[in-house]
Design a protein around this ligand. Sequence first.
Ligand code: ZN
Ligand code: FE
Ligand code: FE
Ligand code: ZN
Length: 265
Amino acid sequence: MPADYHTHTPLCHHAVGTPEEYVDSALSAGLTEYGISDHAPVGEAFFDDWRMLYQDLPAYVEWMDRAQTHAAGRLAIRRGLECDWLPGCASWIDRLRNEHSWDYLIGSVHYLGQWDFDNPKWLGRWAESDVDEVWYLYWKEYAAMAESQLFDILGHPDLVKKFCHRPEGDLRRFYEPAIEAIAVSGCAIELNTAGWHKPCAEAYPAPDFLELARAAGIPLVISSDAHAPDEIGRNFDQAIHLAKAAGYTETLLFEKGKRRMELLP
Ligand code: ZN
Ligand code: FE
Ligand code: FE
Ligand code: ZN
């Protein structure tokens, strides 16, 4: 099984489990590597209620150390963060990068302006929004995130479809500019299986996006976005099938920023 690099810890206040439980689950899923990438702090002060605080970073390192100790050489543990792409975030991300010896950073677009559009708390806001306009803004930010070169992996590419809000017609008109920016950036994207468990009932990204990404030579990782131990490696068989159908034969491995390819099973 490929590595699973997108997983959370209870420090973000909406995930459960102990490091030992996550490691055991990764071992029984047969993963080659278990990567931890909890929601990173945004600034030193409180930002929102679904991420670790800046003061939690030492506890996060301790959590990763515990995973490493429990794995005891049976499984490679990788250390990362899921960072939010926000306007003007570059100096903060640079600072986070220097806080620890990370293996990789994931960049995610969860915010459009002040709106964390994937948060079920603000579902009502969708009703007042023009879906085409939201999609346009989302993909503009996604491309800008790629161009920033701040991240190693770009998270859940079409998260904006989470609650089934999709413009009419062929969506490749939204994908293409983003694909171009990602291809130039050299960043990897993830095939994130959590989407299968959300209202959209489809992995992130959609098959059309994945095919364009493959054709553009964009490297891939497969990830679960686990917020509980039993979600580690979830739907990886299905994801591997999807990746292969799009033409992928390998996924990317990260160790202290160094990249290696691993053939899909
Ligand atoms: Zn989360
Ligand atoms: Fe996310
Ligand atoms: Fe996540
Ligand atoms: Zn995520």
